[in-house]
Design a protein around this ligand. Structure first.
Ligand SMILES: [Zn+2]
Ligand SMILES: [Zn+2]
Length: 390
């Protein structure tokens, strides 16, 4: 079936809890230019190949299988599967990803006990590029039964999210999969293998090759990521800092953050977005993935807010601090635009209610001039065009 792009009216209705509702400013599409309708898919794009029905805010509320933080159960547990670099590598660090996920979901995020390659070796295979591929179901089962020694932490876990630098495959006939999320089990598994290659580009080999990894597993030697990666490549990495520019470094972390927050979004019950160019839109290939922003559209933002109960501006500000630290300039600017818009709108609403209050207590004529001033200001915000590209 060919994908039919939702109209602006359909997208607006999808943001509502009930028809005719006045949508709070946080969940509107302003300031203009911040959100863009989903593009018509090309032949190879996700929406050309997958039938997606779209998920309105109302249908999200009806969904029963989703993670909702409650009481002390408020922690996203990230479980490393296989080796990870101990230090920052090509701009990537698990610690940075944890802080971004915490800001994004406004939840606690902790790193749990790691699963070794030895524990997930069943059905591991060599991929088409000579890379190590791990079998998804094997890992998911291990993630589910992994015991968390820390009693206090165990009680707080809302979802378990496995992350790995190895490539993944779900079943024999599939070449690979970026990751998968099973909301009913509160389990997710995502690979960074295709975003974090040896030379920091999209063409070089994946970090974990089949031959080196399998040798380690067979010898049961201690796993260290750097032992699994080509030593010549690492030498180049450490001597020639120009080889991976800060922009590219930002891009590797940016991509990993994107995949982690997108897939975790599924655990929170958010389906693929069919309304806007949004973090939650499905991706079929790297080019499509790179075009997507690292932020949620207003419809999906409203869904997440309902479950996580955060203050939207506070969340945006926490994300902005990290975006600046990580060198994600466009995202940082985008967040600033949204913060300014929401704060100005809320200020206006506050003024409006003050005016209403004073109107009801006295019949002073001064309110009409304030009101026209507000309208003028509103117009100024709405027509401010910001073209942010991710
Ligand atoms: Zn997805
Ligand atoms: Zn969306």
């Amino acid at each position: 079936m060919r994908f039919k792009r939702p109209t602006l009216k359909e997208s607006k209705i999808a943001s509502m809890e009930y028809v005719g509702e006045c949508i709070p400013s946080e969940y509107t599409v302003f300031p203009k230019g911040c959100f863009c309708r989903i593009h018509k898919p090309k032949d190879i794009d996700w929406l050309a190949e997958h039938e997606e029905r779209g998920q309105s805010f109302k249908s999200f509320l009806r969904k029963s299988m989703k993670a909702v933080p409650h009481g002390y159960v408020d922690t996203i547990l990230i479980i490393p599967v296989g080796p990870f670099p101990e230090e920052e590598f090509q701009g990537f660090s698990l610690k940075k990803l944890v802080s971004w996920t915490a800001a994004f979901y406004q939840c606690n995020v902790a790193i749990g006990p790691a699963l070794s390659l030895e524990q997930v070796k069943t059905e591991m295979r060599e991929g088409l590029e000579g890379q190590l591929q791990l079998h998804c179901k094997t890992i998911m089962d291990e993630l589910a039964k992994l015991s968390i020694g820390d009693k206090k932490l165990r009680k707080k876990v809302l979802v378990r999210v496995g992350v790995t630098l190895a490539d993944l495959y779900p079943r024999e006939e599939w070449n690979f999969v970026y990751g998968l999320a099973v909301a009913s089990r509160g389990l997710g598994l995502f690979s960074f293998a295709r975003y974090m290659r040896e030379n920091g580009d999209d063409e070089s080999e994946m970090l974990m090759s089949w031959s080196k990894s399998i040798a380690k597993v067979e010898k049961k030697t201690e796993e260290k990521l750097l032992d699994l990666v080509d030593s010549e490549c690492i030498a180049e990495e450490t001597t020639d800092t120009e080889s991976t520019s800060s922009k590219e470094q930002a891009s590797i972390l940016f991509r990993c953050a994107k995949v982690l927050t997108h897939e975790t979004g599924h655990l929170f019950g958010i389906s693929h977005c069919t309304y806007y160019e949004c973090l939650m839109a499905g991706c079929n290939h790297l080019e499509e993935f790179d075009k997507r922003p690292l932020v949620l559209c207003p419809i999906d933002l409203r869904k997440l807010q309902r479950s996580c109960k955060f203050d939207v501006v506070k969340r945006y500000k926490a994300m902005q601090i990290l975006a600046d630290q990580f060198g994600w300039t466009n995202t940082g600017e985008w967040l600033q635009q949204r913060i300014d818009f929401i704060e100005e709108s809320n200020e206006e609403e506050h003024c409006e209610s003050k005016i209403k209050e004073s109107k009801s207590s006295s019949s002073s004529s001064s309110s009409s001039s304030s009101s026209s001033g507000r309208k003028k200001k509103k117009k100024q915000i709405v027509t401010k065009r910001v073209n942010i590209k991710f």
